[in-house]
Design a protein around this ligand. Structure first.
Ligand SMILES: [Zn+2]
Ligand SMILES: [Zn+2]
Length: 326
């Protein structure tokens, strides 16, 4: 099969012919229909995350059709989605506490196991998800990490219906989260750097939109940060009411600046990281996204142009989330 293979940080992915994966117990072979590009792919590519497997096929927002390994509940030809959480041990203290996102022995798709910048992908059957039938392959791909993690971030922030929620940064994840927040009748305040992102936030019905340096005009109940910078977390924190929560939707942050406890954190404000996702997050979000009809505007790249897709994510030049088609 054809695959875009990662060999070393900051070296272009190589388009290669590699052996098609062989199905093993409890796994499915998928013919890849589409694969979303996530900022995490870029962090792996640039060496921000430690290299665990080499060579590696990136890509963890997989839409695929089952071609081998089918079971009664995962029949041949079924369209399924796969996300960042590609497997857990099911036995560690975190799995037993129903916190599989924190599993001690996880498999991460396109990081510790091969992903789907390729024509086929081998995935664990019990970590595949049914997809909303009304959303086509290219448009459902960005729901599978950007969407699910954005949704988990709203949960981690403790978001309640009708609250005032700030979104700091407005890319693939936030542009889906805002639609969930509107479903929950929340007021959404968006601070973001890019002019195009501000225009999009306005189009998606944000109550208020400002630049990264503008402070929302009200105190927020919750805030989600999407930029990989600690300074943004402090901006979000300084916008919270007492008892409010900032959830950090980022697997990698440059660093957290020193800050004044008395002014910013006192009053039982909280800062929480958002780590990975559970299968329950995935199922709940995909169901809700189907009901809402979330359909991101995407930019499509053929597999041969996978490097251009990564660069488009890096430089924010794409018109919406990037999706690779084999
Ligand atoms: Zn575990
Ligand atoms: Zn991701």
């Amino acid at each position: 099969m054809k695959a875009a293979v990662f060999h070393a940080a900051n070296q272009p992915l190589q388009i290669e012919d590699v052996p098609r994966p062989v199905v093993t117990d409890n796994h499915l072979l998928l013919r890849v229909l589409a694969c979303g590009v996530c900022r995490t792919d870029l962090h792996i590519f640039e060496g921000d995350l430690p290299l665990i497997q080499n060579p590696l096929v990136l890509g963890h927002q997989i839409v695929g059709e089952i071609v081998e390994g089918a079971t009664s509940d995962r029949p041949l030809g079924m369209r399924v989605g796969v996300s960042w959480i590609g497997g857990t041990d099911g036995t560690c203290p975190f799995c037993r506490r129903n916190e599989e996102n924190l599993c001690d022995n996880p498999a991460f798709t396109g990081y510790t196991v091969d992903g789907a910048y390729a024509e086929y992908a081998l995935v664990r059957s019990d970590f595949t998800f049914a997809l909303p039938p009304a959303i086509d392959n290219t448009h459902v791909a960005p729901l599978l990490c950007a969407g699910i993690i954005g949704f988990r971030s709203l949960r981690v922030a403790g978001t309640q219906p009708g609250e005032r929620v700030g979104l700091f940064g407005f890319g693939a994840s936030a542009s889906q989260a805002i639609q969930v927040l509107h479903r929950w009748k929340c007021e959404v305040y968006v601070s973001t750097r890019g002019e195009a992102h501000r225009t999009q936030a306005t189009a998606l019905g944000a109550k208020w939109v400002g630049t990264e340096n503008d402070k929302p005009p009200v105190e927020l109940d919750r805030a989600i940060t999407f930029a990989p910078t600690g300074a943004v977390v402090l901006s979000a924190l300084s916008s919270l009411r007492k008892g409010g929560i900032v959830a950090i939707n980022a697997i990698h942050l440059d660093q957290m600046p020193a800050f004044d406890y008395d002014k910013l954190l006192w009053g039982e404000r909280q800062i929480r990281s958002v780590a990975n996702m559970t299968r329950e997050d995935a199922r709940d979000y995909l169901h809700l996204a189907g009901e809402i009809g979330i359909k991101p505007q995407v930019q499509v790249f053929p597999l041969d142009h996978a490097n251009e897709a990564l660069q488009a994510v890096k430089h924010e030049t794409a018109n919406g989330p990037c999706v690779i088609l084999p």
